[in-house]
Every structure is written in structure tokens, then in C-alpha cells.
Design a protein around this ligand. Structure first.
Ligand code: PMP
Length: 443
């Protein structure tokens, strides 16, 4: 028998194979870059709003939401019912035919994004969205170079990897030229050694300096409004306004990558709204369809006309993804999830700040809404990497799943579904306190 036949047979066995079997198959059949968390990993088989369940039915409180994806909760029936109806009616065509969900969604996005943004291109992922956003900027400005943040992450495709600065994810040995990285507005560990606000935003002034050097003709600056994988880095409030002013002076476009920050996560529909800045292009993905693959970028009408030659994504505007996005937006608005993120985020940060008074290992608590980072440190702010590994494992063993971010991978990333309750937050804080106590006592 051909080995492939054996594999097909194996795949028909009951699906709760258990973690060991899944790890075995992963090692055999997945390319090793697809890594997983935990020394004792869990097999997730079911999700329900803010909870996940493993193969033996154990409940986990999800504090990562699949990296800021399921903002409206896992398998939210108000959304999935509409998606299932669409699946049964029309699953896929392509953009060469007319379908309604895609135009309805584009109209909706135009209504909820900052005012000048009007026209959208749909694709299937955040990486693609950023690729397209950059292409549009290059076509419009007729320039090619880019500015990006040294701790930014924008995806896994060739070009997106090239304008990803975060070393952990910047694995391409031959990135595309023409990207200038500027220091991140990371006040807890200022890369310029300055202190806010006496620094007068030297990080923003560095952008002006890079441009004034005149060695590159920049098309755009791409940045996450709050850097996710970089360590939940929230810039000072003056950063983006100051940045936009500088970019406008030189006709350089601002692309904000809202893949992780979008759709209520930070307490506003989009994070850039916290600073009243209107970007030229906005990339969207992840939470837009609450778990169905989607990507998009939206721009001003005048800019959009620069992208008029054929450019297409097979999945762009897929009726199931577009329906899921529309249903997600309905749910978000009906249940005021952005406001909820704001409220719950405040509650979470207050609890974390209280914990920080009892635990020296908490070096910094930062974030907006329900995008919160807890930077774990040893004496003199030395990144507590092993302790972060310990804390994540401890939390998981007590039924809480959290994420991990940061230059040194020592930041707990707390980005739960926005439907989370105060009781859930209390439960997490309780276990985090226990984890820190053990970590600090060196157990
Ligand atoms: N931008 C940001 C800010 C992200 O966090 C990610 C993924 N983590 C991406 C882009 C890439 O998105 P995707 O994985 O959908 O390609």
C-alpha cells in the first residue's frame, strides 16, 4: 500500500486524538516553523464565546482570542447562524461576478473607518492586506522606499517580512531592499535612552531625520498603532499626530496596520482613533470576520484610483467571509463591544497594577482596552524570559490561556474576546498572582 493511503485511513479515526498524537503528526507532517506553546500542550476541540475546551472537556478561559481574532467570542451563534446560511446558499464565486455581501461590507467599512477612507480591496490575510497597501502607496507616490518601526510585525509573505522589523519574526535571509527602520516609541525601554515627556518625542524626530537624509524616496510609513507582537507597545499620545505632520510635509503616506488592533480591541473601533489621526491607508484582517479568513485595505478615493490595473485575490470578497464580517459588525454594534473593551480593559489594568504592587516581576503594565501587555522582568529590568515561560504554563494548567510578545518574549499578551466578564478577569488575575508568587520564589 502507498504510504499516502495509510495516512488517509488514519485521518478517519475519531478526531480527539489527544495532544501526544497531534504532536507526533505535527512533527511528521508540518514544516517545523509551525511551533506551539507549552511543554505540555493542549488539544483544543471546541470554543464557546470566551472559553475553549480540550479533548477531555476541560474548560480554558481564552485570554488570547487566537491572536486578537475572535473579538466577538468563539463560535458566536449570532454570527455563525448567518455564516452557515450563506455557506448553504453560495460559498464562493469570484470577483468577476457580482455578489452583494462584498459591496455591503465595503460600504459598511467606509462608514466606520476614519472619514476620508472610502474604497476597499479585499483579500484573505493581514500579510496580503499589507502587501497591497504598500503596492498602492508605491503606485500613487511613484516612489518605492518604506519606513517602518524596528519592532513592528506585518506578516509572513516576502515583502511583509521585509518591512517587519521585529527580529524574532524577521527570518528572511534576503529581504527586499528599500526599508528604513526607525526606533519604536517604546517608553519602558526607550531605544534612544530618553525619558518621556522630556524627550520631546525624539523617536518621532528620528523619522524626520531619516527622511531629511534624502538617501531614499519614501512612499509610505507602515506602523501598527499599538504594536502587538512587539510587546503591546502603546506610543505616547503625541506620537502619531507628530508623525503624520512630518510625513505630510514630505508627501509620504501613512499606512496603519490595524490587523491586531482593529474592531473594538483597544476600546475604539480602530486604535488610530485614539489620537485623532487620519491615515491614508488602513490594513484590516483577523477580527474583521471573527475567525473566517479575511484581509482588506481601505483608502481614500483619490488614492484608490492609482490601483486600477488588474489586481485580484481569489478569496477577496468571498461571500462567506464577507457575510461573517457583516454579522460580526452587527454583533459588535448591537453589544457595544468597543465600549465593553474599554470598560473591561480598565478593570483588567487596575487589577494588574494592584498585582504589580505585590510582585516585582511585573515591570510594566500597558495597553489600551483589551489589548494589554504585562512585561515581566528581573532586577534592573532584565527580561524574565524563563519566568514568562513558567507563568504561561502555570496559567494554562489552571485553565487560562494567554499570549506572549515582546522583543525578548517576556511580555504576557492579554487579548481576550471582548465578551469577557469581570469574573473571568478576576479568575485570571487570581491565577496570575499564584504564578508570579511561585516564579518569584524560584519554585
Ligand atoms: N499585521 C499584524 C499587526 C499582525 O499581528 C499580523 C499577524 N500576527 C499580520 C499583520 C499578518 O496577518 P496574517 O497572519 O493574517 O497574514
Amino acid at each position: 500500500m502507498h504510504t499516502k493511503d495509510v495516512i488517509v485511513k488514519e485521518n478517519t479515526t475519531p478526531h480527539h486524538a489527544g495532544p501526544e498524537e497531534i504532536v507526533r503528526k505535527k512533527e511528521l507532517y508540518l514544516i517545523p516553523c509551525v511551533y506551539h506553546f507549552y511543554k505540555r500542550p493542549v488539544q483544543i476541540v471546541r470554543g464557546e464565546m470566551q472559553y475553549l475546551y480540550d479533548h477531555v472537556g476541560r474548560r480554558y478561559l481564552d485570554f488570547y482570542a487566537g491572536v486578537s481574532v475572535v473579538n466577538a467570542g468563539h463560535c458566536n451563534t449570532e454570527i455563525t447562524e448567518k455564516v452557515i446560511r450563506q455557506l448553504r446558499t453560495l460559498q464562493h464565486t469570484t470577483s468577476i461576478y457580482l455578489t452583494q455581501p462584498v459591496v455591503d461590507l465595503a460600504e459598511r467599512l467606509s462608514g466606520i473607518t476614519p472619514a476620508p477612507l472610502q474604497k476597499t480591496f479585499f483579500c484573505a490575510s493581514g500579510s496580503e492586506a499589507n502587501e497591497g497597501a504598500v503596492l498602492l502607496a508605491q503606485l500613487f507616490t511613484k516612489r518605492s522606499a518604506l519606513l517602518a518601526l524596528s519592532t513592528g510585525l506585518h506578516g509572513h509573505t516576502k515583502h511583509a517580512l521585509s518591512f517587519t522589523g521585529l527580529p524574532f519574526w524577521r527570518i528572511d535571509p534576503s529581504p527586499i531592499d528599500g526599508v528604513t527602520f526607525v526606533p519604536a516609541p517604546y517608553c519602558y525601554r526607550c531605544p534612544l535612552g530618553r525619558v518621556y515627556p522630556s524627550c520631546d518625542l525624539e523617536c518621532a524626530r528620528e523619522v524626520g531625520k531619516a527622511i531629511a537624509k534624502g538617501t531614499s524616496e519614501f512612499a509610505a510609513f507602515i506602523a501598527e498603532p499599538v504594536q502587538g507582537n512587539g510587546g503591546i507597545i502603546v506610543p505616547p499620545k503625541e506620537y502619531f499626530p507628530r508623525l503624520k505632520e512630518i510625513l505630510d510635509r514630505y508627501g509620504i503616506l501613512l499606512i496603519v496596520d490595524e490587523a491586531q488592533t482593529g474592531f473594538g480591541r483597544t476600546g475604539k473601533m480602530f486604535a488610530i482613533e485614539h489620537w485623532g489621526v487620519e491615515p491614508d491607508i488602513m490594513s484590516l484582517a483577523k477580527a474583521l470576520a471573527n475567525g473566517i479568513p479575511i484581509g482588506a485595505f481601505i483608502t481614500r478615493a483619490d488614492l484608490a484610483s492609482a490601483l486600477s490595473l488588474p489586481y485580484a485575490s481569489t478569496w477577496g470578497g468571498n461571500p462567506v467571509a464577507a457575510t461573517s464580517a457583516l454579522a460580526t459588525l452587527d454583533y459588535m454594534e448591537k453589544h457595544a463591544l468597543a465600549e465593553r473593551a474599554q470598560r473591561m480593559g480598565l478593570y483588567l489594568k487596575t487589577g494588574l497594577t494592584e498585582l504589580s504592587h505585590r510582585h516585582n516581576m511585573i515591570g510594566d503594565v500597558r495597553g489600551l482596552g483589551l489589548m494589554v501587555g504585562v512585561e515581566l522582568v528581573k532586577q534592573d529590568k532584565i527580561p524574565a524570559q524563563d519566568e514568562t515561560t513558567f507563568v504561561l504554563e502555570y496559567l494554562k494548567d489552571r485553565g487560562v490561556l494567554a499570549g506572549r510578545a515582546g522583543l525578548q518574549r517576556n511580555v504576557l499578551a492579554l487579548q481576550p474576546p471582548l465578551v469577557i466578564t469581570r469574573d473571568d478577569i478576576d479568575e485570571m488575575l487570581d491565577h496570575l498572582g499564584g504564578a508570579l508568587q511561585e516564579a518569584e520564589s524560584g519554585r
